[in-house]
Design a protein. Structure first.
Length: 176
């Protein structure tokens, strides 16, 4: 007897070029039979292009539904830098009501070779979200929460290397 299995996973992804490539967390898409990207009432089918062991994934939609993120030319995160990381659906109310965009701090007390360690209380659905510095540049991609207030993000160096290895051209700048 066959059983219908229905499980919905929510994550966040962001555009990295004008061709429809997006970064997200690997665990948010790896075992999905179908990937749907939803933004402002529009939903489009996406496909997984590449998955990395570091919990990052490249997905593609037919067309870009927003601006591509910009990465810093050099990794600039230092201890106690205030950064922002949040699921897209929780970002809109913050912006609409003039809320703070700093909800995480870089934590250097724990060393991790490919992850940016953050002190933050982000919740489910934030996996795959960009970690933005004070200039609005992508310093990492949220991977997972390890404790109530500690989050790991794949750092910008590894994210850019992953994109380059898959032929994705991304923007870099050091200006806000």
């Amino acid at each position: 007897m066959a059983r219908d299995v229905s499980q919905r996973l929510d994550g966040t992804a962001f555009f990295v070029d004008d061709l429809g490539h997006m970064l997200t967390a690997r665990h948010a898409v790896a075992d999905c039979a179908r990937i749907v990207v939803s933004k402002e009432g529009r939903a489009v089918a996406a496909r997984a292009v590449a998955l990395a062991a570091s919990d990052i994934a490249l997905i593609k939609v037919p067309r870009t539904l927003g601006l591509a993120a910009v990465f810093p030319r050099a990794n600039t995160s230092v201890a106690n830098d205030m950064v922002f990381a949040e699921a897209y659906d929780r970002l809109k109310p913050i912006l609409a009501h003039g809320g703070s965009l700093g909800n995480a701090f870089v934590d250097t007390t724990l060393r991790d070779p490919e992850h940016l360690v953050l002190r933050s209380n982000v919740t489910f659905g934030t996996s795959g979200a960009p970690v933005l510095d004070s200039r609005g540049l992508v310093e990492g991609v949220v991977s997972r929460r390890t404790t109530v207030d500690r989050v790991l993000a794949v750092d910008a160096v590894h994210a850019k290397s992953f994109l380059a290895a898959h032929g994705v051209r991304f923007q870099e700048d050091d200006r806000p």
